[in-house]
Design a protein around this ligand. Structure first.
Ligand code: REX
Length: 418
């Protein structure tokens, strides 16, 4: 039985009172233009955004279940009002409902956390973003044209080692679920392959880039990435559900269980909740909750984690596919929605969990959506429709999707259909 719960809660969480650094305040309506691949981006404040379309949201979540996820949920936070919508179950064995207060694996949204740490290090002069990585990690990468910035923009040309790792979904996952890798082992898996492009010329999404970022953070600070996430982001923002527990395999506290879809049609879902996520580490191993992710992306775009010039660098976007609506900056995605609004954040895919965590340019409306089944492109695509309802107030037209023939997702081209 699939139930949909709707609650509206006044946001007592004092999001706006959080000031981590003396960053800039947000303008009511800003025109961001210039260096973003020649585009001009309209960017409204939450006060001028259409109200979320809750019927459209519920419809998108219901269709996410129809596409094969046991559960799906969205949390919308505009600083005054929180909308929570859930559909389906967080645990197929107990039948417990989805829960917007529970924790899950956020996959590549971790890349945005890693970027914030690195950009704070840029801000303090500890690292030059345009210097070769080789200056800081001598002999680790094969080409001195790979700069720190080219890691963050996915233009290093470093092969994504996870392509081969998960070519066969269940065997690939089972082979690494309890493994503990060093950063160097993962980097060496990548550099055993030739470069995919000349550094600086081509956007090509690769987990390797953000594993190198993790290695850099540890080299520059002399501390673990876990300590750096905690002291620079988690504690200042009071993110109580956010953690980097690598190489622990369990999610502490209240959890959403995750399910992996086998490649063989009709095969039952595999519970993939427990794993080290060591294959991803600083590219994808964090745990969080919808409330914490809303707070994180809001604080980032609201200028409360980075100085304005550093945030501006994260916002320098290049197209990530041919759609004309999807872009990548430094560890940050931009999506242009059908109503002309641009939203900023990241997506995540780690076995069992698809995540979307996006916010407006001023950070005033933030949205996190999660589904607990992966290796199913239709689930991911339909879950993405929640952004249209949440930011544009529209109800996207239902579309017929099957796992075998999903709409194109931004990282599917040239990789392994994840
Ligand atoms: C690995 C395979 C997916 C998942 C991956 N995830 O590279 C990173 C990430 C950390 O979150 N990236 C996404 C598996 C694209 C993002 O940035 O949004 N797929 C699955 C397979 C395919 O095993 N054979 O679907 O769970």
């Amino acid at each position: 039985m699939r139930r949909i719960l709707v609650t509206r809660v006044a946001a007592a969480t004092a999001l706006l009172s959080l000031v981590v650094t003396a960053g800039p305040t947000t303008a009511a309506a800003a025109e961001v233009s210039g260096r973003e691949a020649g585009t001009s981006v309209r960017s409204e404040s939450a006060t001028t955004l259409p109200a979320p379309n809750l019927a459209g949201l519920r419809d998108a979540l219901t269709r996410t279940l129809a596409a094969g996820a046991p559960g799906a949920m969205t949390r919308i936070d505009d600083g005054r009002t929180v909308h929570r919508e859930t559909a389906g179950v967080s645990d197929t064995s107990t039948g417990a409902g989805m829960d917007t207060n529970a924790r899950f694996r956020i996959g590549s949204v971790t890349k945005t956390f890693s970027t914030v740490v690195l950009m704070q290090l840029v801000g303090s002069g500890a690292v030059d973003p345009d210097a070769p990585v080789d200056r800081y990690l001598p002999g680790v990468l094969p080409d001195t044209r790979i700069t720190v910035r080219r890691l963050l923009t996915h233009t290093s040309g470093l092969w994504d080692y996870s392509n081969e790792m998960f070519a066969r979904t269940i065997p690939g996952f089972e082979a690494v679920r309890n493994k503990v890798f060093t950063f160097r082992e993962l980097i060496d898996l990548s550099t055993a392959h030739p470069a995919t492009a000349v550094p600086g010329t081509t956007y090509q999404y690769s987990n390797t880039n953000f594993v190198v970022v993790g290695a850099l953070i540890e080299k520059l600070t002399g501390r673990s990435v876990q300590e750096e996430y905690e002291r620079r982001i988690i504690r200042p923002l009071r993110l109580r559900d956010t953690a980097y527990v690598h190489p622990e395999t369990t999610i502490p506290g209240k959890e959403i269980r995750g399910y992996l879809t086998p490649d063989e049609a009709g095969a039952p879902l595999v519970d993939s909740t427990e794993q080290t996520v060591s294959w991803a580490q600083s590219a994808g191993a964090m745990i969080s909750s919808p409330g914490d992710l809303d707070r994180f992306v809001s604080a980032l775009l609201g200028g409360r984690l980075l100085r304005a010039d550093l945030l501006d660098q994260m916002l320098q976007m290049t197209p990530s596919d041919a759609s004309g609506t999807r872009f990548y900056g430094l560890g940050l995605r931009r999506r242009d929605l059908s109503c002309g609004i641009s939203v900023y954040g990241h997506t995540g895919t780690v076995q069992g969990y698809y995540t979307y965590a996006f916010t407006t340019r001023d950070g005033r409306r933030s949205v996190t959506s999660v589904a607990n089944a992966t290796n199913n492109g239709a689930v991911n695509t339909v879950l993405g429709d929640t952004l249209e309802s949440a930011f544009c107030g529209t109800a996207p037209k239902p579309r017929a999707l099957t796992a075998a023939a999903p709409l194109p997702e931004e990282e599917a081209a040239g990789s392994i259909g994840r």
